[in-house]
Design a protein around this ligand. Structure first.
Ligand SMILES: Cc1cc2nc3c(=O)[nH]c(=O)nc-3n(C[C@H](O)[C@H](O)[C@H](O)COP(=O)(O)OP(=O)(O)OC[C@H]3O[C@@H](n4cnc5c(N)ncnc54)[C@H](O)[C@@H]3O)c2cc1C
Length: 487
């Protein structure tokens, strides 16, 4: 079986790795991995500057989804897995240039603790009253999909959208709460609304159930073994996520990786697929699309115009990261915690800033501080055309305005600055995404040998991309084995 994999981000690399594993165990499998850029890894790109790990793209993955850590262990990187420093976890929201900590007891956008919610300066009295009355919401049967903003506003009011939902989601998806699908992005809240009415009551019930489960599962003897390895809410690799990309690259057949080779055309043939790249065509039995959906949509339109249009219709946002490495001696005291989020209503370029040296210990040398700003998103794409110097100067100015010149003195200059632009890199699960996916799955099922993987379909983060990439490859190998048995 000859498979073309289009796109060598983490999804495409994971698919190639899985096919290579099958090949090593004797399956008649060959693959070609096409990548339009000169380097593989897609959005994952880290470098080490004067001993500090600088992540241009993602900086970690969520620990709760196991696919990424599992892959890292398989790749021999288990000892490099590094948990987030949750003991120091504290996140602020910028409200009129002041840093306001997220109140204690906030779960998934839902306030669950009375006193911290009543005392926080994050919300007005009107919003707090609304949050208390939310406990009385009657159950609401799940109807049509709606935006996250509509769901949150119905329960907690517009201020909760502006100061909570929007900044948290633009920090994750570079997205806009008014466009993101509640059913896709916050399925648990949609279920809770149908069952309990009040999201606060739903969240408290879920929390209690979880505690009861953990209590029941807890070993009686104190000497019983603990779960393997350290755990934080997020996990990263000590030397940067690039370690995963590099390790994947060493596990796949180098001669079958084509860098700087964009796939230009795709045709369905009687026996499979014809892929054209660099002006020459090759025949394959199967194709795994691990490119962004907009690239897959353009290539698949001549094969199935309806499928092409559905894929092209998945919106994407662009973003920019600006990493600034400082000598800590030049800085004053930064606030405690991991960093802050900036609501769009603050009118700033920055959407978020992470104090990287605090979030993950051991990746920044002593005496250095790394501040990583996240800019752009659905509402500020124009920033992408600004020159690097302007973006760095904007971030430095906004950091001083938000953190104060005591923390970032006028004289403090970063000893290193990196700007990374990510054009149309992050899929947005817009209202109706599940219905769109059902239509896409139906069309794909009618095209034998075609698979889709990547962040546009069933999870935006690295673990989901790995799961989908490996899953696509496994499905192709399983179909091959089945066909051989039938012969
Ligand atoms: C700034 C930023 C921060 C993020 N932070 C996090 C985070 O902290 N944690 C997390 O879990 N996730 C994060 N994400 C999301 C996560 O990084 C991505 O969803 C994931 O890496 C996407 O992997 P992918 O393989 O699906 O796509 P990509 O990485 O986009 O790879 C697709 C590849 O396809 C190639 N391609 C496109 N067209 C063609 C063609 N015609 N022929 C050949 N190749 C083609 C592209 O060049 C690209 O290399 C972040 C994303 C960004 C941009």
């Amino acid at each position: 079986m000859r498979t073309a994999i289009i796109g060598a981000g983490v999804a495409g690399l994971s698919a190639a790795y899985e096919l290579e594993k099958s090949r090593k165990s004797g399956a008649p499998v060959e693959y070609t991995l096409y990548e339009s850029r000169a380097r593989v890894g897609g959005s994952i790109s880290s470098e080490i500057v004067n001993g500090a790990v600088i992540e241009g793209g993602p900086d970690s993955f969520i620990t709760e989804k196991p696919a990424a850590a599992e892959l890292c262990r398989e790749l021999g990187l288990g000892d490099q897995l590094t948990p987030s420093n949750d003991a120091d976890r504290k996140t602020y929201i910028v409200v009129r240039n002041r840093l306001v900590p997220l109140p204690d007891g906030l779960m998934f956008l839902v306030p669950t603790k009375l006193v911290p919610t009543a005392l926080t300066p994050l919300f007005s009295v009107k919003t707090k009253v609304r949050m208390a009355l939310e406990l009385l919401h009657p159950p609401r049967p799940a109807g049509h999909d709606e935006s996250v903003a509509a769901l949150v506003e119905r329960h907690f009011g517009a201020e909760a959208v502006d100061r909570l939902a929007d900044p948290l989601l633009s920090g994750i998806y570079g997205g806009d709460a008014a466009q993101l699908s509640a059913r896709t992005v916050l399925p648990r809240l949609v279920e809770m609304e149908a069952k309990y009415g009040s999201l606060t009551r739903g969240m408290l019930a879920a929390h209690q159930q979880m505690r009861a489960k953990v209590g029941a599962a807890r070993p009686a003897a104190s000497g019983a073994p603990k779960a393997a390895g350290p755990r934080g809410i997020f996990t990263t690799l000590r030397g940067g996520l690039q370690q995963m990309v590099d390790a994947l690259e060493t596990r796949i057949e180098p001669a079958w990786v084509r860098r700087s080779t964009a796939v230009q055309a795709l045709e369905k043939t009687a026996r499979g697929w014809r892929v054209t790249a660099n002006g020459s065509a090759e025949e394959f039995n199967a194709v795994i699309f691990a490119s962004p959906a907009w690239a897959a949509g353009a290539l698949l339109t001549p094969v199935d115009s309806v499928l092409g249009a559905e894929l092209s219709g998945i919106p994407y946002s662009s973003s920019i990261t600006v990493n600034l490495v400082y000598d800590e001696a030049q800085l004053g005291a930064l606030p405690e915690g991991f960093g802050f989020l900036v609501p769009v209503s603050e009118g700033r370029a920055m959407l978020a800033c992470t104090f990287v040296h605090r979030k993950f210990l051991g990746r920044t040398p002593p005496g250095k501080a790394v501040l990583r700003a996240f800019l752009g998103g659905m509402k500020n794409e124009a920033l992408l055309t600004e020159p690097d110097e302007t973006l760095v100067a904007t971030v430095e100015r906004e950091l001083r305005e938000i953190l104060g010149t005591k923390a970032i003195p006028i004289a403090a200059k970063p000893e290193y600055a990196q700007v990374a632009r990510w054009r149309r890199a992050m899929a947005q699960y817009a209202v109706g995404h599940q219905e769109r996916m059902a239509r896409i799955r139906e069309r794909v099922a009618a095209l034998p040998g075609l698979k889709l993987a990547g962040n546009a379909y069933d999870g935006i983060g690295i673990p989901d991309c790995i799961r989908l990439g490996r899953g696509a490859a496994k499905e192709l190998v399983a179909a091959l084995v089945e066909a051989q048995q039938l012969r």
